[in-house]
Design a protein around this ligand. Structure first.
Ligand SMILES: Nc1ncnc2c1ncn2[C@@H]1O[C@H](COP(=O)(O)OP(=O)(O)O)[C@@H](O)[C@H]1O
Ligand SMILES: [Mg+2]
Length: 366
């Protein structure tokens, strides 16, 4: 992965500090009499500070340049002051070589550090972009799963819509015929009204679920959600399947988005119904457990094969000819977003129970 080395930009403050450091140190040399040898020793080493600083701030070229500048200013002083002390002078020249070496090495190291930091930054940026894209994808999957659930319900609903339509049609026929007693007309009208209301309820129920909207966090009315799920699924569920709702009188408050909770329970309930070709009972229950809300969907179906139990929450895992394999992975994602957990267990007699635990307080990151 190539990341642009964030070249030290013209940072005038750093440059001024380096120049000032070298100038002050050099002045120290020139203005301190030779007999203060200890001070000369100190000044000589003080050069390292601006050189190292330049290397850190401006990279290896900056380090070398500062080393050179220090050397250029220092050499005349050595020539002028220490030419008669050959050994001491040699030591000073060796130190100049060290300025350059330290400047270059520190510069190379700090360049490398800077490059690594830039790489890390760009990796972090890419990661957060991937995360955003994943979230978008999940939103799309959720929507697709919703539509697929609606599709699975549609056949049953079509039937359910045809019945009231037939009644209304029949009522119209009755009213068309001339000379109907008042009571008969009134009764027919009331049938029409009732059937219209039924259609209305059905469509509202379905549309409530199908219409995408922004998540709304509020206290979820769990019994109502369970009822509306049963209402939606019962039309498309096979003949021998009956539903039971079992909710405790008092439940801890569940803060979440009601539609998402509905989507989760709907997916579990559709799966339950699909696992029961020979009919049986599906029980939707809610109660308090360890201060948390526990919602369970229990079926009397064929159950999950032991070798599949680890895979059923994976996206696209399905054992059905026309399955998407997305239902349970959407369940898992939504529940996790709400800060809850989902688990599955085999029933003692037959079928499976899916359990959802939700925290009481607002939580998660939906
Ligand atoms: N209640 C259940 N009883 C038996 N098997 C189930 C149940 N729920 C889920 N499964 C299994 O898990 C698989 C994945 O379910 P899901 O993610 O909803 O995808 P799909 O329903 O499209 O197959 C199903 O194909 C089925 O094999
Ligand atoms: Mg499913």
């Amino acid at each position: 992965m190539s990341a642009d080395v964030e070249r030290p930009t013209a940072n005038w403050r750093s440059l001024a500090l380096v120049v000032a450091g070298i100038a002050i140190t050099s002045a120290g040399h020139y203005f301190t009499p030779p007999e203060y040898r200890l001070w000369h020793g100190i000044f000589q080493r003080l050069y390292y500070i601006p050189v190292v600083y330049a290397a850190i701030a401006f990279g290896w070229l900056g380090g070398l340049a500062a080393g050179f500048t220090a050397a250029l200013l220092y050499v005349p002083h050595i020539l002028m002051t220490w030419s008669n002390e050959e050994h001491y002078a040699m030591e000073q020249y060796a130190e100049i070589f060290m300025f350059l070496a330290v400047g270059a090495v520190t510069g190379v190291l700090s360049d490398r550090e800077r490059r690594r930091r830039a790489e890390l930054q760009s990796t972090a940026q890419k990661l957060s972009q991937v995360y955003r894209e994943l979230q978008d994808t999940f939103e799309q999957v959720k929507r697709a799963d919703r539509l697929s659930a609606i599709g699975q319900l549609a056949a049953g609903l079509a039937h359910e819509i045809r019945n009231p339509l037939a009644s209304i049609d029949g009522a119209a026929e009755v009213m068309e015929a001339a000379e109907r007693p008042e009571e008969v007309l009134a009764e027919t009208m009331s049938i029409v009204r009732k059937e219209c209301a039924r259609l209305n309820r059905l469509l509202t129920n379905l549309l409530d679920f199908a219409r995408p909207r922004h998540p709304e966090w509020r206290e979820v009315n769990v019994p109502r959600v369970l009822d509306s799920v049963i209402e939606l699924v019962k039309h498309s569920a096979g003949k021998g399947i009956h539903f039971k709702r079992n909710t405790a009188d008092r439940l801890p408050p569940l803060w979440a988005d009601e539609e998402q909770i509905a989507q989760v329970i709907l997916n579990l309930t559709i799966n339950a119904a699909q696992a029961m070709p020979d009919g049986g009972e599906i029980e939707l229950s809610a109660r308090e457990m360890d201060d948390r809300v526990l919602i369970q969907v229990k079926d009397e179906g064929v159950g999950v094969a032991p070798e599949h139990i680890d895979k059923i929450f994976d996206p696209f895992f399905t054992t059905k000819d026309t399955g998407t394999g997305l239902g349970l992975s959407v369940v898992h994602q939504i529940v996790r977003q709400l800060g809850g957990t989902v688990s599955v267990a085999r029933n003692e007699t037959r079928g499976m129970t899916f359990s959802l635990f939700f925290p009481q307080t607002p939580g998660g990151s939906a």
